[in-house]
Design a protein around this ligand. Sequence first.
Ligand SMILES: Nc1ncnc2c1ncn2[C@@H]1O[C@H](COP(=O)(O)OP(=O)(O)OP(=O)(O)O)[C@@H](O)[C@H]1O
Length: 254
Amino acid sequence: MSVLKTDELVIDIPGRASGSALSLTLSPGEVWGVLGPNGVGKTTLLHTLAGLRTPRSGQVRLDGNLLADMGRRRIARHLGLVFQEHQDGFPATVLETALVGRHPWLSPWQMESASDLGRARDALERMDAVDLEHRLVHTLSGGERQRVSIATVLTQDPAIWLLDEPTNHLDLHHQVAVMKLLRELAGAGRGILMGLHDLNLAARWCDQVLLMFPDGRACWGPVREMLLPSVLESLYGQPLKATELDGCPVFIPV
Ligand SMILES: Nc1ncnc2c1ncn2[C@@H]1O[C@H](COP(=O)(O)OP(=O)(O)OP(=O)(O)O)[C@@H](O)[C@H]1O
């Protein structure tokens, strides 16, 4: 189990004034949603939390250690990131891609073991992608690639999961399957933080949300206190109707 903490963190968006300083704690068992309109900085925040971008000011700590002082391999043993964009390096099969998740645990020239292979296949199975294992990743559909990306982090098995719009490209069934998986991981002590555009997924599956406003302000707290129609209308500049279904708020843009 790991804790990811930000101390007065200000993300660096080129040419933009500094927004709210974020002092957040992602604790084991929590599922956080990061919400806000296009271009507000959700991806920038996730990349900063993963140590891939330098903050403008403030710090990110993983289990008390400054992320900036930790090597990539050490970070990757604790923290996994599902990217929004899929980069193609050289051609790789689905199974080879999932096995990349084991690399933080292997020495540079060490081959993957039967147990690593088993983990990768289990992860692909869980993401309904095991039948694709011999396919080249660049031939997959958008949703299939997204499931393979999630399976790769599942193979990595980090304590902290950062996901950039994990339901991108997924059909309804796979959206729910991914959300159930993330809740299950949180139930087993992982900490989950994800950028989301779907308010209803956030309302149903997250414990905490961080709202990022276009003027740089941000606020965060329990879902029930944060997801208020008036706040969300001002967040997106979009009128909404709200209702409740099985005790869960539901929002419809109008
Ligand atoms: N390297 C860069 N140089 C200049 N501007 C950048 C760079 N990277 C990102 N930006 C800008 O920073 C802002 C925040 O981008 P970011 O991708 O974090 O937003 P987002 O909230 O994730 O958006 P979306 O909902 O559209 O995915 C955007 O206006 C983007 O154009």
